[in-house]
Ligand binder design. Structure first.
Ligand SMILES: Cc1ncc(COP(=O)(O)O)c(C=O)c1O
Length: 344
C-alpha cells in the first residue's frame, strides 16, 4: 500500500468533511487533479498507517533511524531539529551567513546563538568549508549543545561530514547538517558523501535538486532526541496530501534504477560539457552545481552575457563567479546548449 493507493479506492460515501471542496469543486480549474488528490486522510501529528509506512520505507532507503516528510521545506526541518536539540539558554553554533532559518531556529528555541565564520575564497567570491581542525576548535572553545553546518553550500562546497560527526560525538555536541542542496547525494557514488548516515539530523530539500515540488523536503535522524514532539510544534495539522504523495513518489524514484540512471546521466553529461568548455574555469566539490568564472569578466558580467547572449539564467552570482544549478530535471538538451558557451 502507498499513500497514492488510497485515492484509487472507490467510495459511495458522502463526504461531509474537510476539505469542503470535496474533490469536486474546482475554484482554480487548472489544478483540478490537485483538488481531487487533496484529501484529509492523514494525521500528520502522529502519522498512522500509510504515512507511517511511507516514512519507514524512506528511512530504510536512506539507512536512517527515522525519516520525516516535510511539506514546509528544509526550513521546517532545521526549526524542528534545533527545537529537539536546544532548550532555553543552550549554546547553538550557527554560521554567520547561513540561511535565515538557522538563526530563526535558535530564536524559537530561546538558545544562545553563537555565530561562527567560514574562510572566504576571494578568487571565487564564495565561502569555503570549515577545516576539521577549525571545527574541532569551535567545539572546544564554545562547548555548544548543537552546531549547524551547511553542506553543501549554495555553490557546492562540501564539508567532511563523516569526520565532523565523529568529532561532534566525542565532544557530546549535536550535529545538524543543512543538506538542503544535496538531496541527490545518497543516490550516487559520484557525488559527495551525504550526511544522512552520520549527522544527528540532516535536512534535504527535494524541490531544489531532486525533482520535488516546492517546498517538499525530508528530515533524517540518527539519534534518540524527540523529533516528533519538535515537529508537532511547527507543523500544520492539515498537511497537503498531494505533497506527501509526491515526497513518497520522489523517494521511490530516486532510489529506483531509473532514478539512479538519471542521476548518472546528469553527471556524465556535465562532465562532457566541462571537458568542452576549456575557456571557463570550474570550481567546487559538487559537479551538479556548475560554478564558473571567466578570466577578464566579473561574475555579474558573465551572468549578463549568459542571459542576454545564450538565454541561460543562472542560480546565483557574485562579483567573481556565477553558478548554474542542475538537478534531476535538467535535460541533456539544456546541457548540450551550454556547449555554445565555448564562444564567450
Ligand atoms: C542552504 C539552505 N538551507 C535551507 C534552505 C531552506 O530550504 P527550503 O526552501 O526547502 O525551506 C535554503 C533555501 O534556499 C538554503 O539555500
Amino acid at each position: 500500500m502507498s499513500l497514492m493507493s488510497i485515492l484509487k479506492k472507490k467510495s459511495n460515501k458522502l463526504f461531509f468533511t474537510t476539505p469542503s471542496h470535496s474533490g469536486k469543486f474546482f475554484i482554480l480549474h487548472k489544478f483540478y487533479q490537485w483538488y481531487k488528490a487533496d484529501i484529509s486522510e492523514v494525521d500528520f501529528y502522529n502519522p498512522e498507517d500509510l504515512l507511517k509506512e511511507a516514512e519507514k520505507y524512506a528511512s530504510k532507503v536512506y539507512g536512517t533511524k527515522s525519516s520525516h516528510f516535510l511539506t514546509n521545506g528544509s526550513t521546517s526541518g532545521i526549526l524542528a531539529s534545533v527545537l529537539a536539540s536546544c532548550n532555553l539558554g543552550d549554546k547553538l553554533l550557527v554560521w554567520k551567513n547561513a540561511h535565515p532559518c538557522h538563526k530563526n531556529a535558535g530564536i524559537l528555541a530561546k538558545a544562545e546563538i553563537i555565530e561562527y565564520d567560514l574562510p572566504f575564497n576571494k578568487e571565487w567570491g564564495i565561502y569555503e568549508k570549515l577545516s576539521v581542525e577549525d571545527f574541532k576548535n569551535l567545539l572546544i572553545k564554545n562547548k555548544p549543545k548543537a552546531i549547524i553546518i551547511t553542506s553543501p553550500t549554495y555553490e557546492g562546497i562540501v564539508s567532511d561530514v563523516e569526520y565532523f560527526a565523529k568529532i561532534a560525538k566525542e565532544h557530546n555536541v549535536i550535529l545538524i547538517v543543512d543538506e538542503a542542496h544535496g538531496a541527490l547525494y545518497p543516490f550516487s557514488d559520484n557525488l559527495p558523501k551525504s550526511a544522512v548516515n552520520y549527522a544527528d539530523f540532516t535536512v534535504q530539500s527535494l524541490h531544489k535538486t531532486a525533482g520535488g515540488l516546492n517546498p517538499t523536503a525530508i528530515l533524517h535522524t540518527n539519534c534518540d532526541l524527540d523529533i516528533k514532539k519538535a515537529l508537532k510544534l511547527i507543523s500544520t495539522t492539515s498537511p497537503s496530501y498531494p505533497m506527501l504523495m509526491s515526497i513518497e513518489a520522489n523517494v521511490k524514484f530516486l532510489s529506483s534504477s531509473r532514478g539512479k540512471k538519471k542521476i548518472e546521466e546528469l553527471i556524465s553529461n556535465i562532465k562532457e560539457i566541462r571537458n568542452k568548455l576549456k575557456n571557463l574555469d570550474f570550481y567546487g566539490d559538487d559537479i551538479t552545481k556548475i560554478l564558473i568564472k571567466k578570466n577578464g569578466l566579473s561574475g555579474y558580467e558573465l551572468s549578463e552575457i549568459l542571459y542576454n547572449r545564450f538565454d541561460v539564467e543562472d542560480e546565483k552570482t557574485n562579483e567573481q563567479s556565477t553558478m548554474l544549478l542542475t538537478g534531476i530535471g535538467t535535460t541533456k538538451k539544456m546541457l548540450t546548449k551550454l556547449k555554445n558557451l565555448v564562444n564567450i
